[in-house]
Design a protein around this ligand. Structure first.
Ligand SMILES: [Zn+2]
Ligand SMILES: [Zn+2]
Length: 252
């Protein structure tokens, strides 16, 4: 059992330090645990995000995980990742950062349009134009080849019964399929009854033939101990006839 969607208290809206997540994962029998805390961005402006780690905390994040990887190497494999948006004007910075740090993988969390300095949050009710933009950004992100999977692909908040929703989300699913990129079934959303994961989207993914990966999106270490939610989700996904995977591609 593997999980690549794990936060830590560094992003200000999760609790527990890295080691507590590692211990919980070992206790539950995970063989591989990937950390994907919210990436910092190097902003042009004085904008200060309250939902992601500071840029100067990246060293500590990576070094802590390198030490834990060594300390627990006989019990669990630890991967170092980040959950990143697709912010066009900062993509060169992101690429350089991925080159400079031993980051194993990044997942796409397409939370904000273009940059959170000015862009809207995609988890709020969207207009047609905004939904289109959400999908366009996902597609551009996938096409960079940098991201390992799409986290909560169905974060975009729109009437799921509307034909327009299906039309747009089909573009996302087809691009992911073409690039062999798994789509995440998000356990945090499932457990807390958010608008995602939504069944309409996953039925669509079934018709497109996407592979699905379960992501805990742990914001507290206890989330990795909650096997009940994990197994309920797994049964639900299998009932929809979707193919599950735990394989992602790594940057290094
Ligand atoms: Zn996210
Ligand atoms: Zn997350």
């Amino acid at each position: 059992m593997k999980n690549y969607h794990t936060h830590t208290k560094r992003c200000y809206h999760a609790i527990d330090n890295e080691e507590e997540y590692v211990k919980a994962a070992i206790q539950s029998g995970y063989t591989e645990l990937g950390f994907s805390d919210h990436t910092p961005w190097h902003y042009d402006s004085s904008f200060h995000s309250t939902m992601r780690m500071e840029e100067d905390k990246l060293d500590g994040y990576v070094n802590t995980l390198l030490k834990l990887r060594e300390k627990y190497k006989n019990q669990i494999s630890i991967k170092i990742g980040l959950e990143c948006e697709y912010f066009p004007k900062y993509m060169d910075w992101l690429k350089q950062m991925l080159h400079d740090y031993p980051i194993d993988y990044i997942i796409l969390g397409n939370h904000y349009d273009d940059t959170d300095e000015t862009g809207i949050y995609f988890g709020r009710p969207l207009t047609k134009q905004q939904l289109t933009k959400y999908v366009d950004n996902c597609i551009k992100a996938i096409e960079t080849g940098l991201y390992s999977y799409v986290a909560h692909p169905d974060l975009a908040y729109y009437d799921t019964d509307d034909e327009f929703y299906l039309q747009q989300m089909r573009r996302l699913c087809e691009t992911a399929k073409k690039h062999h990129m798994p789509l995440e079934f998000n356990l945090l959303g499932y457990k807390t009854h958010r608008q995602y994961p939504n069944e309409t989207f996953f039925r669509l993914a079934k018709t497109v033939g996407n592979k699905i990966i379960i992501g805990t999106d742990a914001h507290e270490s206890d989330a990795l101990l909650d096997m009940k939610t994990y197994h309920l989700a797994k049964q639900y996904i299998e009932r929809l006839g979707l193919e599950l995977t735990e394989e992602i591609h790594f940057l290094r």
